[in-house]
Design a protein around this ligand. Structure first.
Ligand SMILES: Nc1ncnc2c1ncn2[C@@H]1O[C@H](COP(=O)(O)OP(=O)(O)O)[C@@H](O)[C@H]1O
Ligand SMILES: [Mg+2]
Length: 601
């Protein structure tokens, strides 16, 4: 003061109400004309408000700074509490987190200003206690989601640690929630040795700090989740069996994808491709003859972003792949992720299965043909008889004709007539031979539109002599207006032939007058139905199940293949073949094949 400078000092004094206030003490000298100090003017200004505003700003700033550098809230809790306590001038602080399992608040950290107070009992109690919503100061903050202020805990009805607070000299308290939106993640409380009146601005600031900390916790949680998912991805990437890589598709100046470069490759990549150290290399460099479509497909994924799944061969690598490709990262980069599996083995097995299937079909066709030829062979005697008749008629005609010509005068008119009958007899014989040839001919199966009744009649004609030989009365009942069907004509005739021959064979041992065969066709909702009814012995109990099994036969010279071949033919026409008992006795064999929608009448 002796220097005569203006004197200023800020100091904290306790007011009459036991509250501290800040004052600015200012002394200004009054001087005479020579500059000698005559006296001092002193002012004492209450600057509590300004001081508090400064403290709050500092507190807020410090909290922000601490959070910016923190890894977890637990780690920085002591620093955070200490900084806030010191900035705001409070003596004890505690941070609470919600323990979701226990549905209670649990103390994470307790701080106290060691130069102002010692609170061993309060600290122990705080660390041990938990609070449920609504109970104690932390619990109240939890349920109200708002800062709470208590001027003096000793006069509060809902303050659990009241006795200890009294012993250790704590009075004013406030608490505020750590909030994420409306979710309470925790709470922070502070205590003072003094009794303090509520301070709305302080409470407002605490609400802000509370949500700052809430956002911090949430951000860290998200970061931890991201780290974990990255870790999971890494593990997946390292351990999956499928090959995985990312590539950069390379385009020429016309935007045509012409190559790609491997970026990341999984450890399984080499096993899946046989390519060593692919990362950084171009595909064309590795396999110059790699098929064009690989580049096209990946180029399209890079451009459109639409993922694709496909199976394809990489001939130069000697492998087949099942591939899932999708765009990754920034669309502008044209990077594509490829998840793939070597399916060469499966493809080979598939090819083998196809080959086996083909051979099986071949054998089956062979067998069908053989069985058809055998059946015709059985009929040969009858067929020979059938052809012999027109030939015999032709011979007789020729003799008669020559007689007419030898007569004096030759009877040309009669001769002419006889020649006509010879021609038609010859045609009848040729007809029979043609039909037999058609059935014996070995031709690949072939489905075409056919007229059903006509095909039935041809077989009826071929078997007529055989039926006659066996004394069988044959009747046909063919429906008009059947829809046309798409079928292999010869195969269907084989079925009809088999069923008729079986029926003829079945009736060998019944009385001569009781051998009746009814052959009919009719229209059904499901298509065209063919039926053979005989008056043979019918089926033994249990036989109905086995008839269609290959090699099932009750005949000493039977092969047991006829019905099984019939069924496979009908099924290959999407039809159905079955047997049922006839009344009063005998068997019925029926099949249905689907008809075309348009009927030919
Ligand atoms: N119309 C029928 N009446 C009674 N049994 C029949 C008839 N058709 C077939 N069967 C029975 O079904 C068996 C199998 O017939 P199929 O497969 O044609 O072989 P196969 O004629 O060589 O015996 C015949 O042995 C016979 O026992
Ligand atoms: Mg048979």
């Amino acid at each position: 003061m002796a220097s005569g400078e203006i004197f200023e000092n800020e100091a904290r004094y306790r007011s009459v109400k036991r509250e501290y206030h800040w004052f600015l003490a200012r002394a200004v000298p009054l001087r005479d004309e020579q500059g000698n100090i005559l006296k001092w003017y002193g002012t004492l200004t209450d600057i509590t408000e300004r001081k508090r505003a400064e403290e709050r700003l500092r507190a807020q700033h410090t909290v922000a700074q601490i959070l910016a550098e923190a890894a977890t809230i637990e780690e920085v809790a002591p620093t955070l509490l200490g900084a806030m306590g010191e900035c705001l001038g409070w003596d004890v602080g505690a941070l609470w987190r919600v323990d979701w399992k226990a549905e209670a608040l649990r103390c994470v950290e307790l701080w106290h200003n060691t130069s102002s107070i010692e609170v061993p009992e309060f600290e122990r109690a705080t660390r041990e206690l938990t609070f449920v919503p609504g109970s104690g100061l932390p619990g109240r903050v939890w349920s109200s989601r708002k800062p709470e202020y208590i001027p003096d805990v000793l006069f509060d009805e809902n303050f659990t640690r009241i006795n200890i607070a009294q012993r250790e000299g704590l009075h004013a308290a406030f608490g505020f929630p750590i909030l994420l939106g409306s979710e309470v993640l925790g709470a922070i409380e502070f205590f003072s040795r003094e009794i303090r009146q509520p301070d709305q601005e302080l409470l407002n600031m605490l609400a802000t700090i509370g949500s700052q900390i809430g956002q911090f916790i949430d951000r860290k949680r998200a970061e931890a989740e991201l780290r974990e998912s990255e870790q999971n991805f890494r593990t997946l990437f390292e351990s999956i069996d499928e090959g995985f890589c990312t590539i950069e598709v390379l385009f020429d100046q016309n935007e045509k994808p012409v190559d790609y470069r491997f970026l990341k490759i999984s450890p399984s990549f080499e096993r899946q491709t046989g390519i060593k150290n692919a990362a950084g290399k171009r595909m064309r460099e590795i396999a110059p003859e790699h098929e064009e479509y690989w580049f096209e497909i990946y180029g399209k994924v890079a451009v459109t972003g639409e993922p694709v799944r496909f199976e394809s061969e990489a001939r130069q690598l000697g492998r087949w792949y099942d591939v899932y490709a999708f765009r990754v990262e920034d669309p502008k980069l044209g990077h594509v992720g490829i998840l793939f599996n070597d399916i060469t083995k499966r493809k080979r097995t598939e090819a083998e299965a196809r080959e086996n299937e083909r051979r099986y079909r071949e054998v089956q066709a062979e067998l069908m043909h053989a069985s058809r030829v055998a059946t015709i062979g059985q009929l040969m005697a009858s067929i020979a008889h059938e052809t012999k008749q027109p030939i015999a008629a032709a011979i007789a005609g020729a003799q008669a004709g020559s007689n007419w010509l030898k007569a004096q005068p030759p009877n040309l008119q009669e001769a002419q007539q006889v020649l006509g009958s010879i021609v038609s007899a010859g045609r009848r014989a040729v007809d029979v031979i043609d039909r037999v040839r058609a059935l014996i001919k070995k031709a690949p199966p072939q489905k075409e539109e056919m007229e059903f009744n006509g095909a039935v009649l041809e077989i009826v004609a071929l078997t007529r002599a055989e039926a006659m030989k066996n004394g069988i009365n044959v009747r046909t009942q063919l429906a008009d207006g059947l829809p046309a069907i798409r079928a292999d004509r010869v195969q269907l005739q084989q079925v009809i032939l088999n069923l008729i021959i079986n029926a003829i064979e079945a009736m060998r041992d019944v009385g001569e007058n009781d051998r009746k065969l009814l052959i009919s066709t009719r229209k059904e909702p499901a298509g065209v139905c063919f039926e053979v009814r005989d008056t043979g012995p019918g089926f033994a109990p249990g036989a109905l199940e086995r008839l269609f099994e290959a090699f099932y036969t009750t005949k000493s010279d039977g092969l047991g293949l006829g019905l099984s071949i019939c069924r496979s033919i009908i099924e290959s026409h999407n039809g159905r073949l079955w047997a049922s008992p006839n009344t009063p006795r005998g068997a019925i064999f029926s099949f249905i094949v689907p008809g075309n929608r348009v009927s030919t009448s």
